[in-house]
Design a protein around this ligand. Structure first.
Ligand code: MIC
Ligand code: SF4
Length: 641
């Protein structure tokens, strides 16, 4: 068996391990962050359990750290109290980005993890089967319920040789994105192997598994080997380590070969992580802003490398350089080694160790600006400035370009790249991770005035009818559907308020129209809902009365979120019917309740021309029950009765 099959088999609760069929797996660990966590814990509370049933659950506060009003700090207190009460560890604001901290302090080879964040696969760098999901799926997992997913195809990425100076792990994943595109990984897990493995450290592997999310993959995973063991020893957690490898002759659905020695510095150009070019191709482009950090590239070695490149130099006067360390561990080590002083002396602005600019929480670029980022997403407007263009690259490219004021291939600095060794011991201080209360019954949960209750949806009616509220193209992101940023993120625990911002950057009239038209349909192209795991991209449209989403194809997590909140996900049987449906058309789908059970297609009538077209649903029997009940919360309550 390959590694993916081994882990799934060890955790299998239901289903057959056949690609394409639904499997249920037991979840060992969960992770939440503050932007998705409030909803996840409201849902967990609604389940009425006394304590989480996982081996380990950690709640992080890392996204909503800009406190421009009471909303975010109030939500943090809520999260802290819930964690204390229900047996969850709480990583306080100031302790770092969930994925970086979890990799350092809690990852365990061979275990399963579900996280309410799409970059949860970062844990795959340490041999975890770590999957991103909507908050309610994580709530169910915390309650001991299985996680259901489509059994993925397993792709073996065989790594050969080793990286040349100035080529990095970031370039490896950018190369895969260049070859496979942002839809290439849907329904697949990437399992890395080959002789090149031993040349990559755990944080480098984590860069690759982190950004596997941008391929649309279910997750990505590396074996757990001697390199992994060293990392665990350096984190003083060698007892958490175990070996994990594929059996000799293990079979895979696909094999990709990657010669590491052929990888060159790459860059993803605006506005998609899949728009990859060589750095050489865009060299010379003037840069206004450089941002270094995020769950992709903010490890100790990454930031020490930046410090080494900048030491004794000054950044270009046209560039504003922001650096957000990935964790308090990284930040403390930078400070103690003196590297932090080198960064500050070079002109860097040291930001909080949090997601920060990656999610538009401050440090937005200027109008029409060029922002070079070591992050994983560069969707239009995500930085907070719609007219800006963001580029994604390695820390090496970012640092050298910050010095020169223009996009620069770091190989111009010479044949020898700075080499930072992995530390034999990291600085261990878990004092910002709070343990659950000894007497949970005494914990009173604080809830700020911004926190609204969970919205409800009634059972699925037999006839779905309404008008097409919006018609989108391909690759619509959840940032398009439900934008983030400093102004909107504080509303994550208030669905009525946040729903006023649905599709804000694409079509600001959407919420008003949805209310006036009494809800309706969304029509879209392929890979609809790519990107984040935020269930608000389903919850808020549900609140506005969206009944069904009809598209050419869906991204994995968003599809699951739509089902969880009772919005019927449908695809065109004939892709050409997409062209015939227009904005504002009235659509009627009759006999839905019976129709879902009897087959996988339904007839939709476009009242305008009287034409009928066929739509298909991807639902398993279990998902049909969820849909008919009006969503997962209703379904779970019904089953508990
Ligand atoms: C992201 O990178 O888009 C986020 C913000 O981390 C999201 C989660 C969210 O929207 O809260 C993700 O990746 O799932
Ligand atoms: Fe945070 Fe950005 Fe990573 Fe999302 S991608 S978890 S916003 S650092």
């Amino acid at each position: 068996m390959n590694i993916v099959q081994k882990i799934i088999k060890n955790h299998l609760v239901s289903g057959e391990m056949k690609p394409g069929s639904e499997v249920g797996i037991r979840i060992d660990q969960t992770l939440t962050q503050d932007a998705t966590g409030t909803m996840a814990y409201l849902q967990f509370e609604a389940m009425g359990l006394k304590r989480v049933k996982t081996k380990l659950s950690v709640s992080y506060a890392d996204h909503n750290t800009l406190q421009t009003g009471f909303e975010n700090p109030d939500d943090h207190l809520y999260l802290q109290d819930v964690a204390a009460k229900y047996g969850i560890l709480f990583s306080r604001p100031g302790n770092g980005i969930c994925h970086q901290v979890h990799l350092e302090r809690f990852s365990k080879p061979g275990q399963t993890m579900l996280g309410s964040d799409s970059h949860t696969p970062t844990g795959g760098g340490a041999g975890m089967m770590a999957i991103g999901a909507g908050g309610i799926d994580v709530a169910v997992a915390m309650g001991g319920g299985p996680f259901y997913m489509t059994m993925p195809k397993v792709v073996n990425v065989v790594l050969k040789e080793k990286l040349k100076p100035w080529a990095t792990a970031k370039d490896v994943i950018l190369e895969l994105l260049r070859r496979l595109t942002v839809k290439g990984g849907v329904g697949k897990v990437y399992e890395y192997g080959g002789p090149g493995l031993r040349t990559l450290t755990v944080p480098q592997r984590a860069v690759i598994t982190n950004m596997g999310a941008e391929l649309g993959a279910t997750t990505s995973i590396f074996p757990s080997d001697g390199v992994t063991k060293k990392f665990f020893a350096a984190q003083e957690r060698v007892k958490d380590w175990r070996e994990l490898k594929a059996d000799p002759g293990a079979e895979y659905d696909e094999v990709i070969e990657l010669d590491l020695s052929k990888i060159v510095p790459l860059i993803a150009c605006p506005h998609s992580p899949g728009n990859v070019k060589t750095v050489r191709e865009v060299e010379g482009t003037p840069v206004d802003q450089v941002a270094i950090g995020s769950c992709t590239n903010s490890s100790y070695v990454d930031l020490m490398t930046v410090a080494k490149i900048l030491k004794g130099k000054r950044i270009s006067p046209r560039v504003s350089l922001g650096i957000s360390p990935g964790s308090r561990q990284v930040e403390l080590m930078l400070a103690k080694s003196g590297a932090l002083a080198d960064l500050i002396a070079a002109g860097a602005r040291i930001l909080e160790n949090a997601c920060g600019p990656c999610i538009g929480m401050g440090f937005a670029p200027p109008s029409n600006g060029v922002s070079l980022r070591t992050f994983n997403r560069n969707f239009l407007g995500r930085s907070g400035t719609k007219s800006a263009g963001t580029y994604l690259c390695s820390v090496e490219v970012a640092a050298v370009s910050a010095l020169r004021g223009k996009i620069t291939d770091p190989r111009r600095l010479g044949k020898v790249a700075p080499k930072i060794a992995m530390p034999a011991r990291f600085l261990i201080d878990d004092s910002m991770i709070l343990k659950p209360a000894k007497k949970p019954a005494t914990v009173k949960i604080r809830r700020g005035p911004n926190m609204a209750g969970l919205p409800e949806r009634e059972e699925m009616p037999d006839t779905l009818e309404g008008r097409v509220l919006i018609k989108t193209g391909d690759d619509v992101t959840t940032d398009d559907i439900m934008p983030a940023g400093a102004k909107i993120l504080p509303l994550r625990s208030n669905v009525p308020k946040i729903s006023e911002h649905v599709f804000e950057q694409v079509d600001a009239e959407f919420p008003k129209r949805a209310r006036e038209w009494g809800g309706g349909f969304i029509v879209g192209g392929s890979n609809y809902g790519q990107g984040s795991s935020r269930e608000h991209a389903a919850l808020a449209p549900m609140f506005l009365g969206v009944r069904a989403v009809i598209v050419k194809s869906f991204a994995r997590i968003h599809l699951a979120n739509l089902i969880n909140f009772g919005i019927l996900p449908l695809t065109f049987v004939n892709a050409s019917d997409y062209d015939k449906v227009k904005f504002g058309d009235k659509i009627v789908i009759k006999g839905v309740r019976q129709g879902l059970r009897t087959g996988d297609t339904l007839a939709a009538k476009n009242v305008a021309g009287g034409r009928e077209f066929q739509v298909k649903h991807p639902l398993s029997d279990r998902q049909i029950d969820i849909m008919l009940a009006g969503g997962l919360l209703n379904y779970t309550k019904k089953h508990a009765e």
